[in-house]
Write a protein that binds this ligand. Structure first.
Ligand code: DNO
Length: 356
């Protein structure tokens, strides 16, 4: 595996490439062109320029998170074909610049959903948190507004203001889309992009739905082992793979994370590893990465990844806000750096004990 950190680009991130370079064991970044809209073609020039910027710091681009999929593709609208043509063009440009990993999601309207971005924990740190009761009581637009207010001036991924403005129209697009339809639309998209992925050896890594159940009545499908295996089989190409995100699949306590990892052997192209602390089955908060701070056994998760021969990029996921850092919630430097060091430590111990 290769330890990486997510970086939003110098215009959008409070964390610098220089700082990332100094986290021991981190050699790559996972980045994006954060100001492109879903459906836009990423030009080769812009990809080349961010690549050069990252390389000048002594790091390299290990993958893209995300090339977002336009809602017309997810909802299966007639205009989806032109957006798929654009997506293919972007993949080709990435491939030509030597980038071989793309993380994306297929969640209607929203990306990940949290009800609080700064819940205070006993140690004074603040974390992202989710309560189903709060979602049930809220209008989606209100949630957009409260997330934006608490985001320390940053634009949260998946919560871009343009999307907020269109939230009602976006919901209407999905009025006839149920889970079956969403699966069919995903298959249609994947079948069309696989040839360019084969040509440029690009691994597509779908991110799970977070939380791993329907929110605001919208269909969600990338939620458990059965569904993700269905997705693998319906387009049975090694480039059709997954981002294994422990914090997203782990929102559903029925998901056995190490078992899911083993069943996805060969198809996990990217891993997000983080821990959650549950206060009830529908109320959770994002803990420090250590097993002792939350409810997941991080050693077992890393061991399962090791045992399936996982060799792709991995990243610590959302961090707590600690030591008075002001940054995009979940994406500060300090706690993610602690997470990277901890995950690297687990990996070294697993590797050495398995070799003996
Ligand atoms: C949240 C992230 C997601 C993820 C997308 C992938 O912090 O894990 O926004 O990047 O779902 O498209």
């Amino acid at each position: 595996m290769e330890m990486t950190l997510r970086w939003y680009g110098s215009k959008f991130d409070t964390v610098t490439l220089k700082q990332i370079r100094q986290i021991p064991g981190v050699t790559g970044v996972i980045t994006t062109l954060y100001d492109t809209k879903p459906g836009e073609v990423w030009s080769r020039e812009r990809i080349h320029s961010i690549k050069k910027e990252v390389e000048a710091s002594g790091l390299h681009i290990s993958g893209i998170e995300s090339v977002n999929v336009h809602d017309a593709i997810k909802a299966g609208l007639p205009e989806r074909d032109s957006y798929i043509v654009n997506y293919i063009e972007t993949l080709k440009n990435l491939g030509e610049e030597g980038i071989h990993l793309v993380c994306y999601n297929f969640m209607p309207v929203f990306d990940w959903t949290r009800t609080e971005v700064a819940r205070r924990r006993a140690d004074g740190s603040t974390v992202l948190a989710y309560t189903q009761e709060a979602v049930d009581a809220l209008q989606p637009e209100k949630m957009f507004a409260s997330i934006a207010e608490d985001a320390n001036g940053s634009i949260m991924p998946g919560w871009e203001p343009e999307r907020m403005e269109q939230v009602k129209e976006l919901f209407a697009l999905y009025s006839n889309v149920d889970e079956e339809k969403l699966f069919i639309n995903l298959k249609y998209f994947l079948e069309r992009i696989m040839p360019v992925c084969d040509q440029y050896n690009i691994n597509m890594a779908i991110h799970p739905d977070d939380p791993a159940w329907s929110v605001f009545g919208l269909p969600r499908i990338i939620v458990n082992k059965e569904n993700i295996l269905r997705m693998m089989h319906m387009v049975d190409n090694p480039h059709n793979g997954v981002t294994f995100c422990s914090g997203s699949y782990g929102t559903n306590r029925k998901n056995n994370l190490p078992d899911m990892i083993r069943s996805l052997k060969g198809r996990i192209h990217f891993a997000h590893v983080r821990n959650l602390k549950f206060n009830s089955p529908t109320d959770f908060e994002e803990a420090a990465h250590l097993s002792s701070d939350g409810d997941f056994d991080m050693y077992e998760i890393m061991k399962a990844l090791y045992e399936i021969g996982f060799c792709g990029p991995i990243r610590p996921d959302h961090g707590r806000m600690i030591w008075d850092e002001v940054a995009m919630p979940g994406y500060g430097l300090y706690d993610r750096a602690l997470g990277a060091a901890y995950l690297n430590g687990l990996w070294e111990a697993i590797e050495k004990s398995q070799r003996r």
